[in-house]
Design a protein around this ligand. Structure first.
Ligand SMILES: N[C@@H](CCC(=O)N[C@@H](CS)C(=O)NCC(=O)O)C(=O)O
Length: 288
């Protein structure tokens, strides 16, 4: 559970925020997971939109709330919680209306969510390469500098996660995007995980059991992103495909994971560009 210490919180105004406040971004997969969870549980929450494309997450104001510079963040009656899976576990306990993290499955759920979190940067590699042009995805050097110079402390200790984020964005600028070997590697990671999930779904209705849990929501969000960038599941992952399309027929699941219209347009034009320059996903998939 990552709950910030009082000394970590530099943006003091949030100490006065009442109720459930969520700092999030429409296109962020971790935010999408949290928003679907909140809807499923019928929890009332106040929205604070942080535009990652504009670099709002590297402003002093936001870094004073989350020194890692990432969304989502929960401010619950002035207490600041970070890490999407920790936020969800905390809220699932606090609002026991419809349990999505059942206690009797907690070991399996934690194992799957840890794996999901560990491959988050693989999803980001694929998103940054295939959803929109590099110039749109690239952070401004002045924002990165501000991030680098901001506080390094979370829970009172020097934070490794911040360094990981910083390295990602610096490499993105240095390589002018995501390099080929990282893309191949991330595709390989996902193929392996999809096989595992497909195998679980051959045994029961949902990934963990016959009941919907947070793991289904988390993986649905990942698969939607993979679908958007051009992955298809029907042929190689039949159980996963059936489960995916059933969840996609739920309006909330679909809406929360759809690209905003302007990005949808940019993304379709960009896909044509990738196709004509021989950089489209299919080409990588065939090589893998
Ligand atoms: N492990 C973190 C990962 C959070 C994360 O990386 N969030 C992404 C959006 S999904 C982000 O804020 N990225 C900032 C950026 O790309 O500038 C969590 O689960 O909350």
């Amino acid at each position: 559970m990552v709950k910030l210490l009082d000394t970590d919180i530099k943006t003091r105004e949030v100490k006065k925020w009442q109720g459930v406040n969520i700092l999030h971004f429409q296109g962020s997969s971790c935010s999408q997971k949290l928003r679907i969870f909140l809807k499923e549980k019928n929890i009332n929450w106040k929205s604070h939109h942080i535009n990652l494309v504009n670099g709002d997450n590297f402003s002093d104001w936001f870094l004073g709330i989350n020194p890692r510079g990432v969304v989502p963040v929960l401010v619950d009656n002035g207490e600041v919680h970070i890490e999407s899976n920790d936020i969800i576990k905390y809220l699932d306990n606090k609002f026991p209306s419809k349990i999505l993290w059942p206690e009797n499955e907690t070991i399996k759920i934690e194992e799957f969510l840890e794996e999901e979190d560990n491959i988050h940067l693989d999803l980001r590699n694929l998103t940054m390469k295939f959803v929109a042009p590099t110039f749109l995805m690239k952070k401004k050097e002045k924002d990165i500098k501000n991030f680098e110079e901001s506080s390094n402390f979370v829970e009172g200790i020097k934070d490794e996660q911040k360094q990981i984020q910083l390295k990602f964005h610096k490499n993105f600028i240095k390589n002018n995007g995501i390099d080929k070997s990282s893309i191949k590697n991330s595709i390989g990671v996902f193929k392996e995980k999809l096989t595992k999930i497909n195998n679980e779904l051959s045994k029961q209705k949902f990934i963990i059991s016959n009941q919907l849990t947070i793991v289904d929501i988390a993986w649905f969000v990942y698969l939607r992103r993979l679908e958007i960038i051009g992955f298809t599941f029907k042929e190689n992952y039949p159980y996963l495909s059936k489960w995916f399309y059933e969840l996609k027929s739920n309006k909330v699941f679909l809406k929360e994971t759809s690209l905003p219209t302007p990005l949808k347009i940019i993304s379709s034009i960009y896909k044509v560009y990738l196709l004509f320059t021989g950089q489209n996903l299919k080409k990588y998939l065939n090589k893998n």
